[in-house]
Ligand binder design. Structure first.
Ligand code: B4P
Length: 192
């Protein structure tokens, strides 16, 4: 099994590159953002709480996300491997993932981080907000809060994987297919 954590700030291209990676390497795509938005759309009480958190640009509590991740892995335990997109976003989530995956006789193979500077992130998210209807992409101060949350709560996850020699950085600016070529070269180094 090859398990990839795709990492980067909001708008760095995690979802965009994940779509291409799953097609090429036949991995299962686990996007916590997508799972949370699906719950939000269901209109449940939990969905309303999730909506409030996401629309303010904050992180949903670890336990809630972890429950969704475990259910997804359990349901797809025969997969070739997973792309964890948007997860783990806190050191606590990373520690939990390291303890959970051995129950399925597997572990994280690589954390691939997409490197994009802040002005480019804001530009991308605002242009997606103009067409997607995502409330968290439509307001500059919410976008700035998401980037702040990334700096304070999510960047420490990099060190967690650096210590395990499972970290690699890829330049995330430029043509989507050129970025994908760099992503594939990195993945294939770790697949050996
Ligand atoms: P996510 O859905 O993960 O949203 P995101 O960080 O904005 O990344 P996304 O994948 O959407 O953007 P991408 O970089 O692909 O999370 C949403 C919210 O859910 C979080 O804020 C949080 O509240 C909650 N959440 C999710 N996971 C959680 C967790 N583990 N714990 C707690 N809470 C959690 O792309 C952005 C745009 O850029 C796209 O429009 C794309 O077309 C464009 N783009 C991509 N590559 C490009 C390129 N090379 N050039 C130009 N544009 C490009």
């Amino acid at each position: 099994m090859f398990n990839l954590v795709i990492f980067g700030p909001p708008g760095s291209g995690k979802g965009t590159q994940s779509d291409k990676i799953i097609e090429k390497y036949q991995l299962k795509h686990l996007s916590t953002g997508d799972l949370l938005r699906a719950e939000k759309r269901s209109g449940s009480e939990l969905g309303k709480e999730i909506q409030r958190i996401i629309d303010n640009g904050e992180l949903v509590p670890d336990a809630m996300v972890q429950q969704m991740v475990k259910a997804f892995v359990e349901k797809n335990k025969d997969a070739n491997g997973f792309i964890f997109d948007g997860f783990p976003r806190t050191v606590q989530q990373a520690q939990w993932l390291d303890q959970m995956l051995p129950d399925f006789n597997t572990s994280v193979s690589l954390m691939l981080s997409l490197d994009v500077e802040e002005d480019e992130l804001k530009k991308r998210l605002l242009s997606r907000g103009a067409v997607s209807g995502r409330a968290d992409d439509q307001n500059v101060s919410i976008i700035e809060n998401r980037i702040q949350v990334y700096h304070h709560q999510t960047i420490p996850v990099m060190d967690f994987y650096k210590k395990q020699m499972k970290y690699a950085k890829v330049e995330g600016v430029g043509d989507i297919d050129d970025i994908f070529k760099r992503v594939c070269l990195t993945i294939e180094k770790y697949m050996k």
